[in-house]
Design a protein around this ligand. Structure first.
Ligand SMILES: [Zn+2]
Length: 392
């Protein structure tokens, strides 16, 4: 029996075990700001990996979930002749859901669909990665050491996880990011970059009846800035600006002394980032309403995922591995951001959304096709086994 047959056969026998670990991890609240919850999901994964004799280490994080790094060594014969850099399987343990969500909406299965907070985005991907690691631990065959990286703050832009991800990516031969496979069956070969920022405007309070002319309205300034910021949108270039949150003012009969807004910038081409940020900064610095002042703060950021020639090779390898597993897949572009942008930006050939198939992420209708757990794991395993032959 070849190693490929051993691995894919073993994975085929693990669907129920995968569902069990998925249930355990989905039923733990792990919103991005719930460090104990995210670390509890990490502990569940560590317990599984320990049961498979896979060592793990924790990279402690002070505010957000710790990063967990699992390592499965290469076959001695293979690693002796090849580059020592790692094959990275990546995923995030945080979700966008508030505490209590798992009580209201625990993990459930109806027919072949599973529901629950983070079931697709991306606890199923974590489970898949853990089982792929276990398969290689049992049967060997990886052409380089495998690293499982389980992070804890992706949904808020990986403020603490980013340097850990980038360091791992610099040592990586390839990166598989197990965000959910698209409902179409596709994986993701391109993503926009994103910058999330906030601006606060200061004006001057005054009674809007008795003392109107002494007031300086921060809300009027906010309105003018929003129009100028939204006008930077250039759909042909894939640049979009959205002021998605605003607040301000003191009372209806007070000229507003303060106002604030939050901006989501998305772009495709790396050079566009600085150009648009400079324009946003100029809008923030300018006072449309004389006497107002404003400040801009960057809150979080994702880099774009663009397909390099090596990443294209990895994608083609994945497509053929999927075909031999029995499913058809293609690459698609999305405006959504992910950690794969960070790994691609430091030069690691990266493929994204190789996780089990699901949809309606970030909503109460989020679902996972549980019949995709095994084949998605098998496709990643096949791609790993064939990296050498593909020249990767
Ligand atoms: Zn995700």
């Amino acid at each position: 029996m070849t190693t490929e047959t051993q691995i894919t056969t073993w994975l085929a026998s693990q669907q129920q075990a995968m569902i069990d670990l998925l249930r355990e991890t989905v039923d733990i609240d792990s919103g991005s700001y719930n460090k104990p919850g995210i670390d509890a999901v990490g502990a569940a994964i560590e317990r599984f990996l320990a049961s498979q004799d896979i060592p793990t280490e924790r990279v402690k994080q002070s505010k957000h979930g710790d990063c967990i790094r699992a390592m499965v060594g290469a076959e001695p014969a293979a690693s002796a002749t090849n580059s020592p850099s790692n094959i990275v399987l990546m995923g995030h343990r945080d979700t966008v859901f508030p505490d209590g969500e798992t009580q209201r909406r625990p993990f459930t299965i109806r027919d072949t669909t599973a529901y629950g907070p983070g079931v697709a985005d991306m606890k199923a991907g974590l489970v898949m990665n853990a089982f792929v690691l276990a398969a290689f631990r049992k049967f060997g065959g990886a052409p380089a050491p495998l690293v499982g990286l389980f992070t804890g703050d992706e949904e808020i832009g990986s403020p603490e996880g980013r340097p850990v991800i980038e360091a791992e990516a610099r040592r990586a031969r390839v990166v598989f990011n197990s965000e959910p496979g698209r409902v179409s069956g596709n994986v993701v070969t391109g993503r926009k970059g994103g910058v999330f920022s906030a601006f606060r405007i200061t004006g001057r309070a005054a009674h809007s009846g008795g003392n109107f002319i002494e007031g300086i309205s921060a809300i009027e300034e906010l309105a003018r800035k929003i129009q100028a910021i939204h006008a930077l949108t250039d759909l042909d270039r894939g640049i979009t600006l959205n002021v998605g949150l605003v607040s301000g003012g003191q009372s209806v009969n007070t000229v507003a002394p303060w106002a604030e807004g939050q901006i989501d910038l998305r772009y495709i081409h790396p050079a566009d980032r600085d150009e648009i940020m400079a324009k946003i900064e100029a809008i923030i610095a300018r006072s449309f309403v004389p006497g107002t002042k404003a400040e801009l703060t960057i809150k979080g950021e994702f880099l774009p995922l663009n397909q390099t020639p090596t990443a294209k090779k990895l994608f083609e390898l994945y497509v053929s591995s999927a075909a031999d597993t029995g499913f058809k897949t293609d690459g698609e572009f999305t405006g959504g951001c992910a950690d794969s942008g960070f790994t691609a930006a430091v030069g690691a050939p990266t493929i994204c959304a190789v996780g089990p198939v699901g949809g309606k992420a970030h909503s109460p209708d989020e679902f996972l096709d549980i019949t995709s757990l095994v084949p998605r794991a098998q496709a990643v395993a096949r791609a790993i086994l064939r990296l050498e032959a593909a020249g990767l």
